[in-house]
Design a binder for this molecule. Structure first.
Ligand code: HEM
Length: 352
């Protein structure tokens, strides 16, 4: 299903970003207000002249959405990760096509209603400001709101991304799989300069949301890493078979709250995925899990830093890319469609 790749390909990040991961102070409240270095072309106040209300529009709309369906918050955070980790934060996961990126096996469970929420945000924002704000920036802003409105850290995100005009099916193989052990997870993130602290912090995103049976079925009878007997029993009830379309919560303690209980669960062998629980077995990550379990502010600090770092991956800026008029369709599609029809017609007429 998923494949680990360690290819450096085009997913390199700037040297400034490495510094982000190395905040040795652990002074969480301070670090949240400090603005980490950003890549060229992005800025902390990108829309301050042309669309100063964008963050407010996103915040207010998502408040209403989450009141109706709290599951949209984890769904939006996952969309952000799966957008940025495939071919950069370019909105490629939003694009329609057959086949397309969002329907690939590694994107199992991406929620259609959350993709629609991004499009709704685009429509609201474009109505107020014109076609100024990219879909890829809206994905980042929505993820940030999803975290803070669920109880997690409040932090700023740099903006100014442009939308891509292509998606990558093969790039979805870069996404880590739930049955990975820690070595494989670290290997999936290392080519993009994410260290063990980043990986443990980012895995803390599994403090809310859900997973389908097929993604954790093999874990139910697992001994390495170990699983709590009562959790295993409950999961086997939820999932009579691997093909069951049922879901389980990722955090059995506080399933809808963004907090550090995910790490406390790992201490109690209650991580849902192998990739989660093994973080508490591997000597490179165990101490980090312990530190986040006992210090929520430290987790929030490292999580916010790692998310900003993720939001830098292979961004298109300046004259690159475009601002899509509809998040699921590149603007050029219409033009190239017309061009290909004309070419087809010419081919046909050439043959005649
Ligand atoms: C460390 C490697 C990771 C693996 C192996 C992994 C794998 C998965 C899988 C298999 C699911 C269940 C999907 C489903 O069945 O519906 C899931 C859900 C989720 N993942 Fe991850 N993930 C990882 C890292 C991340 C990161 C870095 C983030 C965000 C920063 C993230 C955010 C989420 C969220 C919020 C959900 C719940 C989605 C929902 O409720 O719709 N994951 N993940």
């Amino acid at each position: 299903m998923w494949k680990a790749t360690t290819s450096l390909s085009s997913h390199s990040i700037s040297p400034g970003m490495v510094a982000l991961a190395c905040n040795p102070s652990g002074a969480s409240s301070e670090a949240l207000s400090v603005r980490p270095p950003i890549v060229n072309g992005l800025s902390w106040n990108y829309y301050s002249l042309n669309c100063p209300r964008v963050e407010k529009i996103v915040r207010n709309h998502l408040q209403k959405v989450f009141q109706q369906d709290s599951g949209q918050a984890p769904a939006l955070l996952r969309i952000f990760f799966h957008d940025c980790f495939v071919q950069g934060c370019d909105g490629s996961i939003l694009l329609d096509g057959s086949p397309n990126e969002k329907d690939q096996p590694a994107n199992i469970g991406i929620r259609a209603e959350a993709l629609q929420t991004i499009e709704d945000l685009r429509s609201l924002v474009h109505k107020q400001c014109g076609r100024i704000v990219s879909c890829s920036d809206l994905v980042v802003l929505a993820a940030r709101e999803a975290v803070s409105q669920s109880g997690g850290p409040k932090f700023e995100v740099p903006l100014g991304r442009k939308d891509g005009v292509t998606f990558s099916i093969s790039g979805t193989n870069n996404l880590p799989a739930p049955f990975f052990k820690t070595s494989e997870v670290l290997n999936a993130f290392a080519p993009r300069n994410f260290d063990a602290t980043d990986v443990v912090a980012l895995s803390g995103a599994h403090t809310f949301g859900r997973a389908h049976c097929s993604t954790f079925f093999s874990r139910i009878n697992q001994t390495d890493p170990p699983i709590d007997a009562s959790l295993a029993k409950n999961l086997s009830k939820t999932c009579p078979s691997q093909d069951s379309t049922n879901t389980a919560v990722l955090d059995v303690t506080t399933p809808n709250v963004f907090d550090n209980k995910y790490y406390v669960n790992l201490l109690n062998r209650k991580g849902l995925f192998t990739s989660d629980q093994d973080l508490f077995s591997d000597s490179r990550t165990k101490d980090i899990v312990n530190s986040f379990a006992s210090d929520q502010k430290l987790f929030f600090d490292k999580f916010a830093n790692a998310v900003v770092k993720l939001s830098h991956l292979d961004v298109l800026t300046g004259k690159q890319g475009e601002i899509r008029a509809k998040c699921s369709v590149p603007n050029t599609k219409k033009k190239s469609f017309v061009a290909s029809v004309v070419e087809e017609f010419m081919d046909l007429s050439g043959q005649m």
